[in-house]
Design a protein around this ligand. Structure first.
Ligand SMILES: C[S@@+](CC[C@H](N)C(=O)[O-])C[C@H]1O[C@@H](n2cnc3c(N)ncnc32)[C@H](O)[C@@H]1O
Length: 316
């Protein structure tokens, strides 16, 4: 299956200046443009503006590779098989957060009767279904979102926008049983370790995060970058500049149990991650951004602050 074409290798669409500056929404209290919170000040200004204009693009200006309305069925194919099971067994007091939700189509699909018909296994415990939160930098709510929300109890579905995940506090967000990310913040953030620390902070002990990255060096494989003469889309370098697999970095997070699954029938291929939180003392090995080039998703390179030694048992 073909998922979004990587923007870096396609021609830039003409994005109007208006939408570009609207993109600075979360820095709007100043009269002069301010670096948006999503990108650190050290980033190249041109890349900030390009990335921001992608986030804020509307109508015909949305780049072809920026898919914002994947269905729940596409989520279940893009995330590990456990995601579907985890979602089906959520009860009424549980909460599901989708980071980088776009229009929130996956959440809308969850509230349909069709979902219950197709997922009889968890139906009894599900009752009226879990509470859901869709998170997006830009507001992509549709009429369908407003209609579905109006049919549910207050706060059953929430749509948060205006800032990236890392700018939310635990007090604002509360805890979640399930967090998903299909080519959302995990693929777009310029601070991968902070993103991961936030996700794990918002996760209950026993809860699960399901995420995915495209065009990365697989855990076991000797795969090459998808595009000729290009690097992987997301890379991690060790403190000594040698290469580290994304999966190896994830497995060094303390208090989690993680699996990584490479899927080659997506073009570019994806690596799917299931991270289960096992205790509260989570420590994510810290990364520093060394490269960020705007795109759908952006091309990113990070370096570990401290040397990660190969072959050690996963810390817990
Ligand atoms: C390509 S769309 C994917 C939408 C949806 N997951 C889908 O598959 O249709 C990327 C989404 O990620 C969001 N996003 C990017 N970086 C983010 C961050 N750091 N925190 C939260 N959301 C982010 C964007 O605002 C947008 O909603």
């Amino acid at each position: 299956m073909m998922i979004q074409a990587t923007f870096r290798r396609s021609v830039w669409g003409l994005l109007c200046v208006q939408s570009l500056w609207a993109g600075m929404a979360y820095a709007q209290n100043s009269t002069t443009p301010v670096v948006p919170a999503v990108l650190a000040p050290a980033l190249n200004g041109a890349e900030i503006i390009k990335q921001e204009s992608i986030f804020q693009s509307k109508g015909a200006d949305v780049p072809a590779g920026y898919s914002i309305d994947r269905t729940l069925e596409e989520y279940t194919r893009g995330l590990t098989a456990n995601f579907d099971r985890s979602l089906a067994t959520l009860g009424t007091t549980d909460r599901w957060l989708d980071v980088g939700a776009g229009t929130g189509q996956a959440i809308l699909d969850y509230y349909t009767e069709n979902y219950d018909v197709e997922h009889p296994q968890g139906r009894e415990s599900r009752g009226r279904k879990a509470k859901t939160v869709a998170l997006s930098i830009e507001d992509r709510r549709t009429q369908a979102w407003h209609q579905t929300a109006a049919r549910q109890n207050a706060n059953q579905l929430q749509y948060l926008f205006g800032k990236p995940l890392r700018d939310y506090s635990l007090e604002e967000m509360g805890k979640f049983r399930l967090i998903s990310d299909l080519l959302g913040g995990f693929s777009y953030t310029d601070n991968l370790s902070r993103y991961m620390a936030k996700v794990l902070d918002f996760l209950e002990v026993g809860g699960s995060f399901y995420g995915v990255l495209q065009d990365v060096g697989a855990e076991a494989g000797l795969n090459k970058p998808f595009y000729p003469n290009a690097r992987f889309l997301t890379e991690i370098l060790n403190a000594d500049a040698s290469s580290v697999k994304i999966c190896a970095w994830i497995k060094r997070i303390t208090c989690v149990r993680a699996t990584c699954e490479f899927k080659t029938d997506w073009k570019p291929p994806i690596e799917m991650y299931h991270i289960r939180k096992e205790c509260d003392e989570v420590k994510v090995p810290e990364l520093v951004r060394v490269h960020y080039e705007a795109g759908t998703p952006p091309e990113r390179r990070f370096q570990l602050k401290q040397l990660l030694r190969e072959g050690r048992d996963q810390a817990r």
